[in-house]
Design a protein around this ligand. Structure first.
Ligand SMILES: *Cc1c(COP(=O)(O)O)cnc(C)c1O
Length: 455
C-alpha cells in the first residue's frame, strides 16, 4: 500500500458531511471532536504509525466521532452490591413511578398554583402535609440535597454566631461535605467541644456564651467509633437547649422513615422517633434510606421552617417540579411500619439471600454453558453495605456471581463488561471478578445475562 501522507487525512467538512447523513448532532460539537480526532491521526501519521488508506481513516474517524457524540448518561447494571451508590445516582428509580411522573409532568403542572382558589400557591405544599405527618413534625421544607438543607438551616438559624459541635461529630461525608467547612460557608462560627471519642454534656454547657446560636449534632452514619466512647443523647442536648434558650439541630444524613428496613439492617431510629426528643430542626437526605430523588429534607418547628423558606438562600436551593413529583411518589410508598413495592431502593435492600439466590440461578440458566465454563462462573454468598454512608458496616447478606477466568485477565473482563452495549459494573477482589446481585434490578436479569453472553 502506498504510504499515507498528511494531505490524505479527510478534512473536518468531509467528516461532517459523512456524519450528517445519519445523525443530527450540533455542528459546533461535531466540529470540536472531529478536529481532535483528526489531530490524533495527524500525529500518528507524522510518527509513521499509520498505514491505512484515506477511506479507512475517514471511516475510523466517523465511528470514533459517533461513539464520542452519543448520549453520555446511560442506563447501567450495578454489580457492586451497593444499592445506594452515589456513582450510579444513589436511590434507584422504578419505572412505574417514572411512568406516573411522565404522565403528570407532560406540559404544565400546578407547581405553584392553588387550584381551589385560583391564586398563587407554594411548591412545598404538595409534600408538606404527608412529609410532616410521616416524620411527626410540625412542618417541613424540601431543598436540592441534604448539604443544602444543612447549609440553609445553619445560615438561617446561626449566621454570624457560634455553632457548638462535638469533636466526635466533625464528619466528612465525601466529596466536599465537611461539617467545619459547611458551617464556615454558611456564615457561622464553629465552636468545637469535647474530644474525638468522648464528649459530655458539661462540654456543651461550658461552651455556651452570649454569641451561641445553635447546638448541632451530626449523625456519624458513615463510620463507627468503638471502645471508650461517650456522646450526649439528643434528648439531653434538647434539655440543655431549652434551659439556655438555644435551638438544637440534628443532621441525620441517612435518616430513614421506618425501622428495620430488613432483618439484616438494624437501622437506628426513624426520623419520627427522633422527633419525640423534640429537636428544633432535623435534616436528612431524600435519596439515601428514603429511596427518593436527590433532595434534602428539613423537618421541625414551624416558625424556624417558615423563616428558612423566607431566607434568600432558599431561593437558590429550592427543588424543581421533577424532584417534588418523585418525592411525592416516594413518600406515598410508605405505610405505618413498612413500604410498598413501589419503593425500589428499600425493596432491593430488603431482598433476602434466598431471593437473590433464585435470581442468580435464573441468570446462570440464561448464560451459555461454554461461557460459564470458560469464565468459571458460580454463585456465592456475599456481604454488602447499603452505600452513601447510610449504614457503616458491611453486614447485609447478599449473593454474587464470581468469575475465575483462565483465558482472560479479570481487569480486561471488567473493562469489557463496562464498555458493552449495556454497561455492567462489577468489582475485582483477590484476583476474582464479582457481580453482586444485591443492586441488580429484578428487571435486569435478562440484560445482565445477555451482557455476559456477548463477551
Ligand atoms: C450524606 C450526608 C450529608 C450530605 O447529604 P447529601 O444528600 O449528599 O447532600 C450530610 N450530612 C450527613 C450526616 C450525611 O450522612
Amino acid at each position: 500500500m502506498e504510504k499515507i501522507a498528511l494531505r490524505d487525512i479527510p478534512s473536518v467538512n468531509k467528516v461532517i458531511l459523512e456524519i450528517k447523513k445519519d445523525s443530527e448532532i450540533h455542528e459546533s460539537y461535531l466540529k470540536k471532536i472531529i478536529q481532535e480526532e483528526i489531530e490524533l491521526y495527524r500525529k500518528r501519521i507524522k510518527n509513521g504509525e499509520i498505514n491505512k488508506s484515506s477511506l479507512m481513516i475517514l471511516d475510523e474517524i466517523k465511528n470514533k466521532v459517533l461513539a464520542r457524540a452519543s448520549l453520555k448518561l446511560v442506563n447501567v447494571i450495578n454489580g457492586t452490591g451497593i444499592v445506594l451508590h452515589t456513582g450510579f445516582g444513589r436511590a434507584p428509580f422504578n419505572s412505574k413511578n417514572l411512568k406516573k411522573i411522565a404522565k403528570k409532568m407532560e406540559g404544565y403542572v400546578n407547581l405553584e398554583f392553588n387550584l381551589s382558589d385560583g391564586k398563587r400557591g407554594d411548591r412545598q405544599e404538595h409534600i408538606r402535609e404527608i412529609l410532616s405527618a410521616i416524620c411527626e413534625s410540625e412542618s417541613s421544607l424540601v431543598v436540592n440535597n441534604n448539604a443544602a438543607a444543612v447549609m440553609l438551616a445553619i445560615n438561617g438559624i446561626s449566621k454570624g454566631g457560634e455553632v457548638i459541635v462535638s469533636r466526635g461529630e466533625l464528619v466528612e461525608i465525601g466529596g466536599s461535605f465537611r461539617i467545619p467547612d459547611i458551617i464556615d460557608a454558611s456564615g457561622a462560627i464553629l465552636k468545637e467541644v469535647g474530644t474525638t471519642n468522648r464528649t459530655h454534656s458539661k462540654d456543651y454547657i461550658n461552651a455556651i456564651n452570649e454569641n451561641t446560636k445553635l447546638i448541632l449534632t451530626v449523625h456519624t452514619s458513615n463510620y463507627v467509633v468503638k471502645g471508650f466512647t461517650k456522646s450526649v443523647k439528643l434528648a439531653e442536648l434538647v434539655s440543655i437547649g431549652d434551659k439556655y434558650k438555644i435551638p438544637v439541630m440534628a443532621d441525620w444524613g441517612s435518616g430513614s422513615l421506618i425501622k428495620n428496613i430488613s432483618k439484616n439492617t438494624s437501622l437506628d431510629i426513624p426520623i419520627s422517633h427522633l422527633m419525640k426528643d423534640k429537636p428544633d430542626i432535623v435534616t436528612f437526605s431524600g435519596d439515601k434510606l428514603i429511596g427518593g430523588p436527590q433532595s434534602g429534607i428539613i423537618v421541625g418547628e414551624k416558625n424556624i421552617i417558615n423563616s428558612l423558606q423566607e431566607n434568600t438562600l432558599y431561593r437558590t436551593l429550592r427543588p424543581d417540579k421533577l424532584t417534588i413529583g418523585l418525592l411525592e411518589e416516594t413518600l406515598r410508598s410508605y405505610r405505618a411500619t413498612s413500604f410498598s413495592k413501589d419503593n425500589l431502593s428499600l425493596n432491593m435492600l430488603k431482598a433476602s439471600r434466598n431471593t437473590l439466590k433464585i435470581r442468580g440461578k435464573k441468570i446462570l440458566n440464561l448464560i451459555k454453558k461454554s461461557i460459564i465454563k470458560d469464565l468459571d462462573i458460580s454463585l456465592v454468598p456475599s456481604l454488602v453495605e447499603a452505600g452513601s454512608g447510610s449504614l457503616p458496616e458491611k453486614n447485609i447478606g447478599s449473593m454474587a456471581l464470581i468469575f475465575n477466568p483462565k483465558s482472560i485477565k479479570c481487569s480486561i473482563l471488567a473493562k469489557k463488561l463496562r464498555l458493552g452495549k449495556i454497561p455492567v459494573v462489577g468489582f475485582i477482589k483477590e484476583d476474582r471478578f464479582y457481580i453482586d446481585l444485591k443492586a441488580v434490578l429484578p428487571s435486569q436479569l435478562m440484560k445482565l445475562s445477555q451482557a455476559i453472553n456477548s463477551i
